[in-house]
Design a protein around this ligand. Structure first.
Ligand code: HQG
Length: 179
């Protein structure tokens, strides 16, 4: 089984198009694993898929994108605008980072970081992860440092995606500096 391909399809289903797979997704993004497995099995490619394949997909991935707890599965971050997923508010570390394209910098300087097509702005715990994220948009990405703790104390909300990824509703430009 191609677990990378499986992970992309599961991300697509859970982040962007649960209705395409007829999934009942709750406000925290959870779906019954059996429901997802049955939907996937309709495609000959995944005809033999079992829960252990989803578990292996999560374990073998270089990023923690999904989690399974007591028969339910969800994507930890990345959801697109429709069906907003409610995340638990959590105090962030002092600094977080964001890697992005050079061409976006002027706009970010003016408007701050906004979620664009996703539900949340995605931030990284370290510069290495942020650079990897930025490389998806630009081969020489820029690195932004976010004064997360200060924003938090001023009332801006943060949420944890996984151990590397944090989420926010928006980050005003005064908390952003270019490294
Ligand atoms: C930019 C992947 C202009 C923002 C990654 C980013 C991550 C602005 C782009 C996760 C802006 C949106 C998310 C503004 C933000 N003006 N541009 N005011 N505000 N932007 O892909 O953070 O592999 O939606 O800088 O690793 O790049 O899929 O977000 O460049 O964790 O699991 O708008 O997705 O994870 O791009 O990436 P994206 P992202 P997976």
């Amino acid at each position: 089984m191609n677990y990378l391909e499986l992970s992309k399809e599961v991300s697509y289903a859970l982040r962007h198009a649960p209705w395409e797979y007829e999934l009942e997704i709750d406000e925290n993004g959870w779906v019954d694993t059996d429901q997802l497995l049955n939907a996937l099995r309709e495609n000959v490619k995944w005809a033999k898929i079992e829960e252990k394949d989803l578990e292996y997909m999560i374990k073998s991935s270089e990023k923690k994108r999904h989690e399974i707890i007591s028969g339910k599965i969800r994507a930890l971050y990345g959801h697109s605008k429709l069906n907003k997923i409610v995340k638990e508010v959590k105090e962030p570390p002092e600094f977080l980072f964001h890697g992005t394209a050079r061409r976006y910098f002027n706009s970010i300087k003016e408007y701050g970081l906004v979620p664009k097509l996703r539900q949340y702005v995605h931030l990284s715990v370290d510069t290495e992860t942020a650079l990897q994220v930025g490389k998806r948009h630009d081969n020489q990405p820029i690195l932004l440092q976010i004064n997360a703790k200060e924003a938090w104390f001023n009332g801006f909300k943060f949420y944890q995606g996984n151990d590397k990824v944090w989420l926010a509703d928006l980050i005003p430009n005064r908390y952003i500096s270019k490294l």
